[in-house]
Design a protein around this ligand. Structure first.
Ligand code: SDX
Length: 368
């Protein structure tokens, strides 16, 4: 073998600096540009937080107004994307539709060169366009037409409007908005680092987002939030949790929604999203969901002492809001496009090609 130290999965390896967010496992905290995420989720709109992630400061009222005017003017579902969704079999996964749609949007971008300002403009355009894609993809699977965007609604309300054709109770809008803030950014997670690798070759922003969507789809990463609901459906009720869990752990299954590469004492975002889930459980009168949630969390703590990550409360929360389970990870992507694009721009502003090394352990050199 080799005496070279291998850092599989880059676990614990610091590869660069960033000014966008700080994930601190010692203090179990997450700061977006210095602000604690739980305070941002409680006091700011998703638009304000997106602006903060891109610009480094919360927007003044004037800056927010100008940003919202640009964002709201770009929400409509483009005909090319409507056609793409309608040509995709409903058996396909919504993350495949989203990945393909972003790639198509990239092919429609005519603005060159790819400088920082045009990349920011593209980022805001994607931010504005993803809700229409995610919303229509879910509606199309139910044989329904798209619902036009509304420029009089904020981002979260318009997203729900385009998906369901009605405005839910403010409790639901607030819970959805908080989930978007919590999902927006998380430093060098797998999908964001993927976007940075693409940025480091000086490729284009849409290519970086397409690659990031591919990484997020995996169940060890963003795909976990839909996998949590599959777990709940498989277990059925709180009374069956312990039998199910003992069997799952015996077969070495990874329990979706639990564990984290960085947070080893619990995910800093969970308390905020759990409070939002509690509010939804009360609003929809679904104590059964909370009983199952609590029973599995308790059983995992007793057996593996592994704590939930953000995907654990967000899965049942999106279920109660009425989203189809396969739509959950596209919701994660619509929020995380802010972090992905901010990191893409930061990487290119201080670039070095990302190209790690490997140790060869294959067949020794030989003649043909
Ligand atoms: C996200 O990085 C980010 O910031 C990601 C994210 C973001 O905002 O971008 O936070 C979003 O991706 C959250 C994670 C969502 N994924 C899941 O919920 C999938 C289930 N979780 C596991 O696959 C796992 O916890 C990972 C992948 C998230 C982290 O795994 P690590 O750090 O690579 O740890 P590991 O897999 O090496 O596990 C260490 C030990 C192992 O036991 P042993 O083999 O040493 O006995 O803990 C066990 C694991 O088996 N373990 C689990 C487990 N997570 C860890 N056992 C059962 N179920 C789990 N969920």
């Amino acid at each position: 073998m080799t005496d070279t130290e291998i850092h599989k999965g880059l676990a614990g390896v610091v590869v660069d600096t960033t000014e966008i967010s700080s994930v601190n496992q010692e203090t179990n905290s997450l700061l977006y540009r210095g602000y604690p995420v739980q305070e941002l989720a409680a006091k700011c709109s998703f638009e304000q937080v997106a602006y903060l992630i891109w610009h480094g400061e919360l927007p003044s009222d004037e800056e927010l107004g100008a940003f919202e005017a640009v964002e709201r003017g770009q929400r409509e579902l483009r005909p090319e994307i409507r056609e793409l969704i309608e040509q995709t079999p409903v058996s396909g996964h919504p993350m495949d539709v989203l990945r393909t749609a972003v790639s198509r949007l990239g092919s429609l971008e005519t603005r060159f060169p790819d400088d920082e300002q045009s990349d920011y403009e593209k980022a805001v355009r994607l931010f504005a366009q993803l809700p229409a894609i995610v919303a229509y993809d879910q509606r199309h699977r139910h044989g329904m037409d798209p619902i036009p965007a509304r420029e009089d609604l904020d981002y979260a309300s318009n997203f729900l409007w385009m998906t369901f054709g009605e405005l839910p109770d403010p409790v639901v809008i607030d819970a959805f908005g908080q989930s978007l803030v919590l999902y927006a950014e998380h430093s060098f997670n797998a999908s964001t680092f993927t976007a940075r690798v693409v940025a480091s070759t000086l490729s284009d922003l849409h290519s970086g987002v397409v690659a990031a969507i591919g990484a997020l789809k995996g169940p060890l990463h963003g795909g976990a939030n839909e996998a949590v609901m599959a777990t709940f459906a498989e277990i059925g009720s709180a009374s069956r949790v312990e039998v199910w869990l003992d069997d799952a752990l015996a077969s070495k299954k990874k329990i979706m929604g639990f564990g984290h590469r960085v947070y080893k004492n619990g995910d800093s975002r969970v308390p905020t999203m759990k409070a939002a889930l509690d509010a939804l459980v009360e609003h929809y009168n679904r104590p059964d969901v909370l009983e199952l949630y609590t029973a599995l969390e308790q059983a995992m703590g007793e057996r593996k002492n592994i704590k939930p990550n953000l995907d654990y409360p967000s899965g049942p929360a999106y279920h109660l809001m009425g989203f189809d389970t396969p739509t959950f990870t596209p919701l994660f992507a619509a929020a995380r496009v802010t972090g992905w694009t901010a990191h893409f721009i930061e990487q290119q502003a201080h670039n070095s090609l990302i190209r790690p090394l490997s140790v060869y352990t294959g067949t020794p050199q030989r003649a043909v």
